[in-house]
Design a protein around this ligand. Structure first.
Ligand SMILES: [Zn+2]
Ligand SMILES: [Zn+2]
Length: 343
C-alpha cells in the first residue's frame, strides 16, 4: 500500500510502498477514506526541535486524524464489526495504569499515540487497537469525519475552561482556535473575542460567531477587551499560539480567579513575568489539555453534531490526493480549515 513515511530524522518525508499491516487480537484494520493534516504532522515533517527531542521510532507513517472503514477485526474485538466506519482517537490507553483507573485514560501512563508510537493514517490502511476506534455513522462524509479529532480537542479545551456565562478570549485562530470560537458560543460564553494576526482567519472567526475579532498586530487587544468588560477582563482564555509574549499579556486580560487553558505547543520553557502579582495573588488557574477525554468528550461532540449545531464543512480547507501532500503542506498555514488527503 501507499504510505507517507518519515524514514530518517531531519526535514521531509517520502511516499513509499509498504505491506498492508497485519493485526493483533485487540486491533482492527481500517481502510482510510480521508485523513487530515494536523499542525503536529507539519512539525514532524519539518523535524522541529520539539519533535527531534521526542523519541519517535522511525520509519514512521505520519498522520492521525482520519475516517475509515473497518476491513478486519482481531479475535478479541467484541465492539466493532467489518464494514463499520470509525474515526481515530489518537491516544491509545493501556486501561490498567493509575491514570486509566482514575478516569484519565487520555493521559494514560503507558499511552500509545497514532502517528507516533503507532503507524499513522497517511496510508491506504491503518491498524490500531479497537479501544481507540470511535464508531461513526456511515452517512458521515469521510472528510468531515477526518476533522472530528481536532474538533474534539477543542471541545475538551472549552469544557475544561468552563466557559458558560463568561466572556472568553481565544488566542490564535488556527483551525483549533476557530473551532474554539464556535464552541465557546455553543457552550454558553457571553462574549467571545478572537485574537489573531491573520485577516482571513479573523473574518472566519466572526463568521463562526466571534463577537469581536482583534488583530493583535495592529490593535491593543488587551486594552480593547478590558474596555469592553468594564475593566474586569475575561473569565477564560483559550491559548493556542504558544507565544510567550501573548501568554504574558493573557495574564492581564483574565479576571481574578480566571482560567487559562493551554492548547498550543510551546517550544522550550515559558517565562511569566511578575508571576506572583499576575498569577498567584490573583488566583489564576493555569491548566493544559492533551487530547480528548475518552470517551466523555466524544459523547459531547456527537451530541452537538447530532443536533446539527456544528457544520463540519467549516473546517475543511482543501482536498487533494495524498500524492499531492507537498502542496497540502504549503497551503495549510493560510487556510481556515484542515487539508484533507485521500490515500
Ligand atoms: Zn492532530
Ligand atoms: Zn493507562
Amino acid at each position: 500500500m501507499k504510505a507517507l513515511r518519515k524514514l530518517k530524522p531531519g526535514y521531509g518525508a517520502e511516499l513509499v510502498d509498504i505491506p498492508i499491516p497485519s493485526i493483533e487480537a485487540d486491533e482492527v484494520l481500517i481502510k482510510v477514506k480521508a485523513t487530515a493534516l494536523c499542525k503536529s504532522d507539519i512539525d514532524v515533517y519539518n523535524w522541529t526541535p520539539l519533535v527531534a527531542s521526542a523519541n519517535y521510532r522511525l520509519p514512521l507513517t505520519m498522520g492521525h486524524e482520519f475516517l475509515g472503514e473497518i476491513v478486519e477485526v482481531g479475535n478479541a474485538v467484541r465492539t466493532l464489526k467489518v464494514g463499520e466506519h470509525v474515526v481515530g482517537e489518537t491516544h491509545v490507553p493501556c486501561l490498567r495504569c493509575k491514570s486509566c483507573w482514575n478516569n484519565n485514560m487520555h493521559i494514560c501512563d503507558n499511552m500509545g499515540v497514532l502517528g507516533r508510537s503507532y503507524q499513522g493514517s497517511f496510508a491506504e490502511y491503518i491498524k490500531m487497537p479497537a479501544v481507540s476506534a470511535i464508531n461513526v455513522s456511515k452517512d458521515l462524509p469521510p472528510k468531515y469525519g477526518a476533522v472530528m479529532e481536532p474538533l474534539a480537542t477543542a471541545v475538551h479545551a472549552l469544557m475544561k475552561g468552563q466557559v458558560w456565562g463568561k466572556p472568553v478570549v481565544v488566542l490564535g485562530c488556527g483551525v483549533i482556535g476557530l473551532m474554539s470560537v464556535q464552541l465557546a458560543k455553543l457552550l454558553g460564553a457571553t462574549r467571545v473575542y478572537a485574537v489573531s494576526t491573520s485577516l482571513n482567519k479573523l473574518e472566519k472567526a466572526v463568521a463562526l460567531g466571534a463577537d469581536k475579532a482583534i488583530n493583535s498586530r495592529t490593535e491593543d487587544w488587551v486594552q480593547i477587551i478590558l474596555d469592553e468588560t468594564h475593566g474586569y477582563g475575561v473569565g477564560t482564555a483559550i491559548e493556542t499560539t504558544g507565544n510567550e509574549g501573548i501568554i504574558n499579556r493573557t495574564m492581564d486580560v483574565l479576571q481574578k480567579a480566571g482560567t487559562c487553558v493551554f492548547v498550543g505547543m510551546i517550544e522550550g520553557g515559558l517565562n511569566i513575568e511578575k508571576y506572583m502579582d499576575r498569577v498567584v495573588y490573583r488566583e489564576l488557574i493555569l491548566t493544559g489539555i492533551f487530547g480528548r477525554r475518552i470517551y466523555e468528550t466524544w459523547n459531547v461532540l456527537n451530541e452537538y453534531l447530532d443536533s446539527g449545531y456544528i457544520d463540519l464543512s467549516n473546517y475543511v480547507g482543501a482536498e487533494m490526493p495524498l500524492t499531492e501532500f507537498e502542496r497540502g503542506l504549503k497551503e495549510s498555514s493560510s487556510l481556515t480549515g484542515r487539508v484533507i488527503f485521500y490515500p
